[in-house]
Design a protein around this ligand. Structure first.
Ligand code: HEM
Length: 406
C-alpha cells in the first residue's frame, strides 16, 4: 500500500511562534537553509557553463557550499536539536540558533562571491562556537549522549581544524602541501563521514525496527557499557584520522582503503545483523543504498586516482546527500505528527532517490567524456536540483508544524 495520502498531523504555527520553536529545535531553521545552500552550491556549474556567470571559480565555491553549507547546516541542525534533548539540558536559546544560522548563511554568501578565505575561517569559528555552546551545557546534564556521538562530535572538531587550516593558507600563511591536503580531507570527507557514522549507529537500527546498541540506560555517570562503546567510537575516529593523514602524506590508496574498512567495520559493530535490515519501505531502502554507495565511493575513489573526484561523488551524492535527505525526512515528518507516512513507500523520497541516481550517472560520465563535460556537469546539477525540489516541496513545509506533544 502506498502511504502518500496526507495524515492529519499538526497544523503550521504562525511565524512568530515558529521562530521560538525553531530556536529550541534548530533543525526547523537549519534544514531549510541547508537545502538552499545545497541548491546554490550545484547551480554554480550550469550558471558558469551555460550562461558564463560566476563570482567565484566553481571548483572552489562548489565543494565549500556543499560541504560547509549543505552538510554543515544539516549536521548542526540535527546535533543542535538532539544533543540537548539527549543530555536533558536546556535547549538552544534564540540568540544561539540565530547565530548559527546567520553564520552559515554568511559562509554561503562569502563562498558564492569568491571570498573563500573568510568563508572557511567563519565556518571553522562557527563549528567551534557550536561545540562550545554544547560543552557549556555538559556539567548540568542528567544523562550522557549515545556513545557513538563521540564520532559525530570528533567529525565537527576535525572539520573546524580543516577549515581553519584552509583559511590560514588563503589568508597568506604558507603551509606545507601535506598539511593543506589534510585540512581539505578533514573538511570535505570528515564532516560528512564521521557524523554519518556516529549518528547512523544510533538512528539507523530504528529505521529497521531494531533496538539501537547505542541507547543505554539513563544516568549521569558513564557505565562500563557506555565507556566501552565510547572507546570503540573513539578508536574509529582515530583510525579515520590516520587514514586522512596517510592519504595527505602521499598514500591515497592505503588511506582510502583504511577509511572504507573503518566505515564497514564500525557499521558491523554498531548495527545488529538481522534479516530486518532487508526490510522494505522507502526509508529502509534509501538508508541501505546510501551506506552501500558510501563504501563504494570511498573504495573506488582510492583505487582510481584519475577518476577520484568522479567516484567520490558516489559518496557525496549517493552516500551523504541521500542519507541526509532520508534522515531529514524522518526528523521533519516524525516531529510534525506525520511519522506514519514513512512506514511504507513514501513517493517524494523515492523520487528524490531516483533523481540522485541520475545525477550520479551524469556526474561520473562528465569525467569519462571530457568533450561533453560542461553539458554533463550541468545535467547532473539539474538532476540534483530536481531531487531537492521534489523533497523540499513535500517535506520542508512541515518544519512549521509542531510535534503532537507540543
Ligand atoms: C550533481 C551535482 C554535482 C556536480 C555536477 C558536482 C561536480 C563537481 C566537480 C566537477 C568537482 C571537481 C571540482 C574540481 O575541478 O576540483 C566536484 C568536487 C567536489 N564536490 Fe561535487 N558535484 C555535485 C554534487 C556534490 C554534492 C551533493 C556534494 C556534497 C554533498 C559534493 C561535494 C564535492 C566535494 C567535497 C568536492 C571536492 C572533492 C575533492 O577535491 O576532494 N558535490 N564536484
Amino acid at each position: 500500500m502506498t502511504k502518500d495520502t496526507e495524515p492529519s498531523g499538526t497544523k503550521p504555527l504562525p511565524w512568530g511562534e515558529w521562530i521560538g520553536l525553531g530556536a529550541r529545535e534548530p533543525y526547523r531553521i537549519l534544514f531549510p537553509l541547508g537545502i538552499l545552500l545545497g541548491a546554490v552550491g550545484v547551480a554554480v556549474w550550469p550558471l558558469f557553463f551555460l550562461w558564463g556567470v560566476a563570482w567565484a571559480p566553481p571548483p572552489i565555491s562548489h565543494p565549500r557550499l556543499l560541504v560547509e553549507g549543505f552538510v554543515g547546516s544539516f549536521v548542526l541542525g540535527f546535533l543542535g536539536t538532539s544533543v540537548p534533548r539527549l543530555l536533558e539540558v536546556r535547549a538552544f536559546a534564540l540568540w544561539e540558533t540565530v547565530s548559527f544560522a546567520g553564520a552559515l548563511l554568511a559562509v554561503g554568501l562569502l563562498h558564492f562571491f569568491g571570498v573563500a578565505g573568510w568563508g572557511d575561517g567563519l565556518f571553522g569559528i562557527t563549528l567551534l562556537f557550536f561545540l562550545g555552546r554544547l560543552a557549556s551545557r555538559f556539567p548540568s546534564r542528567k544523562d550522557n549522549p549515545p556513545p557513538s556521538f563521540v564520532l559525530a562530535l570528533s567529525g565537527v572538531l576535525g572539520a573546524a581544524a580543516g577549515a581553519l587550516v584552509e583559511s590560514s593558507e588563503r589568508m597568506g600563511l604558507t603551509l606545507s602541501p601535506e598539511l593543506r591536503q589534510l585540512g581539505l580531507l578533514l573538511l570535505y570527507q570528515g564532516l560528512p563521514l564521521l557524523p554519518i557514522l556516529g549518528v547512523g549507529a544510533f538512528i539507523l537500527p530504528r529505521f529497521y525496527g531494531l533496538p539501537s546498541r547505542e541507547s543505554l540506560p539513563e544516568g549521569r555517570s558513564p557505565t562500563r557499557a557506555w565507556i566501552g562503546r565510547a572507546l570503540a567510537a573513539l578508536a574509529a575516529a582515530l583510525l579515520l584520522l590516520i587514514s586522512f593523514v596517510w592519504e595527505a602524506a602521499g598514500a591515497p590508496l592505503g588511506g582510502g582503503l583504511l577509511r572504507a574498512g573503518t566505515l564497514v567495520g564500525y557499521l558491523l559493530y554498531a548495527i545488529p545483523a538481522s534479516r530486518e535490515l532487508f526490510s522494505r519501505g522507502t526509508v529502509a531502502g534509501c538508508a541501505r543504498l546510501s551506506l552501500l554507495l558510501s563504501v563504494l565511493g570511498l573504495l573506488l575513489g582510492s583505487l582510481s586516482l584519475p577518476l577520484r573526484a568522479a567516484w567520490l561523488h558516489l559518496f557525496f551524492l549517493g552516500g551523504a546527500g541521500l542519507l541526509i535527505l532520508t534522515v531529514g525526512a524522518r526528523v521533519i515528518l516524525g516531529f510534525s505528527g506525520r511519522g506514519e507516512l514513512l512506514a511504507g513507500r513514501y513517493r517524494p523520497l523515492s523520487q528524490a532517490m531516483a533523481w540522485i541516481l541520475g545525477a550520479i550517472l551524469l556526474r561520473i560520465a562528465a569525467d569519462l567524456v571530457p568533450a561533453r563535460r560542461d553539458l554533463l556537469l550541468s545535467g547532473a546539477s539539474l538532476f540534483w536540483l530536481g531531487a531537492l525540489v521534489l523533497w523540499a516541496w513535500a517535506v520542508l513545509p512541515k518544519v512549521r508544524c509542531p510535534d503532537v506533544e507540543d
